[in-house]
Design a protein around this ligand. Structure first.
Ligand SMILES: Cc1cc2nc3c(=O)[nH]c(=O)nc-3n(C[C@H](O)[C@H](O)[C@H](O)COP(=O)(O)O)c2cc1C
Length: 191
């Protein structure tokens, strides 16, 4: 796939079919993540791939516990758009039936340069989203559930010694083809 097509064609997908994601695809997506640039080549990331049925249930259970707090937070943010609140909550509570969810961790909380470390993990996540898209898979990067302070529970259940939990990446075969949300004007200057 052309890089241009990957960058502009990738969309956040929030609804998935029940088709499984192949082992090879998962490996390739992780490898793409690990190939990202990182500040002083620290590679300050750790990923947990959740696809086992029991583990998925545990993850959805943790997400479910955060829903009341997420509701309060989303309602305050979108007071005039209750449909957005309901849609977001529906997705958080189900991950759109994604058969796989990748959990992204900042491997050590105490990296001296937290700013660079966080950006490095973000670069790895974007690489994974693009690789997933290149394979015809859909994905969505999520941090909204963390508003409900779920990170400690996610860490304790899935990777107690792998640092700070940063983000969920829902992954699977897409059951929707969203249009590109409008991009804002005047977000760069060339001098
Ligand atoms: C750091 C980050 C956190 C995000 N968190 C969420 C989330 O919690 N829930 C969600 O539905 N989408 C989430 N998204 C996806 C964005 O909503 C999406 O990227 C944006 O609307 C643009 O759409 P596109 O990805 O299709 O270009 C997140 C994206 C990023 C980069």
């Amino acid at each position: 796939m052309e890089i241009k097509e990957a960058i502009f064609g990738r969309r956040s997908v929030r609804k998935f079919t029940s088709d499984p994601v192949s082992e090879q695809d998962i490996q390739d997506i992780l490898t793409a993540g690990l190939a990202a640039p990182s500040a002083i080549n620290l590679q300050p990331w750790f990923f947990v791939v959740v696809r086992d049925e029991e583990a998925r249930k545990d993850l959805l259970n943790i997400l479910g516990k955060g829903l009341p707090k997420n509701r309060a937070e989303l309602s305050a943010r979108f007071p005039k758009n209750p449909e957005v609140v309901e849609e977001s909550l529906g997705f958080i509570g189900s991950l759109g039936n994604a058969p796989v969810c990748i959990l992204a961790f900042l491997l050590k909380k105490d990296y001296e340069d937290r700013l660079s470390s966080m950006q490095s993990v973000a670069a790895a996540i974007e690489n994974m989203l693009l690789m997933a898209y290149g394979k015809g898979l859909g994905s969505c990067w999520l941090t909204a559930p963390l508003q409900a302070n779920l990170a400690p529970e996610v860490q304790a259940r899935f990777a107690p010694d792998k640092g700070e939990f940063l983000a969920f990446i829902a992954l699977g075969h897409p059951a929707q083809s969203p249009a590109m949300p409008r991009r804002k004007d005047e977000r760069f200057v060339i001098i």
